[in-house]
Write a protein that binds this ligand. Structure first.
Ligand code: RIB
Ligand code: CA
Length: 313
């Protein structure tokens, strides 16, 4: 079967970095057409820099990296240095990127790429706030029906919020953008905190990354050593939750995940619950299902896949 053509929209972020590495190590299943950076974990200048650092770490300077939107549609940017560090990629010492940013805006790359490919052949993989995706849909509504699928990391139901009591970070930063995406009518697979909080880098799993004996293995182990502090402190978890790699793992082995096709709506009005993904998991409304909302991941299978693929880089 031909590899799935994807655009990765991202705010690296250590977990974004691992998601990108997993994609780039899996050419049989995934063809990365390009990467668009968005403001999120850290400001755009840093997410655009970090995306290139990761491409160079993977030896893939052929991948075009575009800078996208530097702030949410309507709200001031909220960042997460408290989780990812000042650079957004704290942990390993990695060289500044030599590869330049690709010419043009990330939103225009998304639009042009969808128009240039057969309808239904390009998947969008947002790993951060949905600002670039929503802006592309607003600027060029004709591309909406051309999207094969959106596979995103964001939201939460049973796990509730990680940035507020009610909201997960990616949705909280730009709830208006999330509303546009979830109301687009496009088939969406959602990796919420409900699954990503089971994808924990335990010490044993991190030792396996380090044991790869490669620059990539070492860098990933250093990233998760840094990135785990926040979740260990807040949740008492056993290690860093690899949120974003759930998106690329799903493209490679969807059977690792299970969930329900349900209605998901985004809170954009109430300051108390702003950015909450109101997931009708129990089917108590007659609202139309619009998302495959994942509820379970085979964590052992996920880490086996991830470790095996990182060993290829
Ligand atoms: O809430 C987790 C999400 O927010 C992840 O994508 C992480 O990288 C941050 O963007
Ligand atoms: Ca992210």
């Amino acid at each position: 079967m031909a590899p799935r053509k994807i655009i990765i929209d991202t705010d690296p972020g250590q977990d974004d970095a691992v998601a990108i590495l997993l994609a780039l190590s899996s050419p049989e299943e995934i063809e990365v057409l390009g990467i668009t950076a968005v403001a999120g974990n850290v400001p755009l200048e840093l997410t655009a820099k970090n995306a290139r650092i990761v491409c160079e770490l993977a030896g893939r300077t052929d991948i075009p990296v575009y800078a996208g939107c530097e702030r949410p549609l309507k709200r001031p940017l909220v960042t997460a240095e408290h989780v990812h560090g000042k650079t957004g990629l704290d942990g390993p010492v990695l060289p500044d990127p030599q590869m330049p940013l690709a010419e043009g805006h990330g939103v225009d790359f998304i639009i042009e790429t969808l128009r240039a490919h057969e309808p239904g052949t390009v998947t969008l993989c947002p790993l951060g706030p949905l600002t670039n995706i929503a802006t592309a849909f607003q600027k060029a509504p004709d591309i909406i029906e051309r999207v094969q699928e959106i596979v995103l990391m964001g939201g939460a139901y049973f796990e509730v919020g990680n940035i507020t009591p009610a909201a997960e970070f990616n949705i909280y930063v730009d709830p208006e953008a999330a509303e546009i995406v979830f109301k687009s009518g496009i088939h969406i697979a959602v990796m919420p905190l409900d699954v990503t909080h089971d994808a924990l880098v335990t010490p044993h799993r991190n030792d396996a990354f380090r044991a790869l004996g490669s620059q990539v293995g070492h860098a990933v182990a250093e990233m998760t050593d840094f990135f785990e502090r926040f979740d260990k402190e807040k949740y008492g978890s056993e290690g860093a939750p690899l949120h974003d790699p759930c998106v690329t793992a799903y493209l490679i082995q969807p059977e690792l995940f299970s969930g329900r096709h349900i209605n998901v709506e985004i809170e954009t009005q109430s300051e108390l619950t702003l950015g909450m993904t109101v997931a009708d998991w129990w089917g108590v409304t007659d609202r139309t299902p619009n998302a495959m909302f994942m509820g379970n991941v085979d964590a052992h299978g996920f880490f086996t896949l991830l470790t095996e693929r990182l060993a290829r880089l």
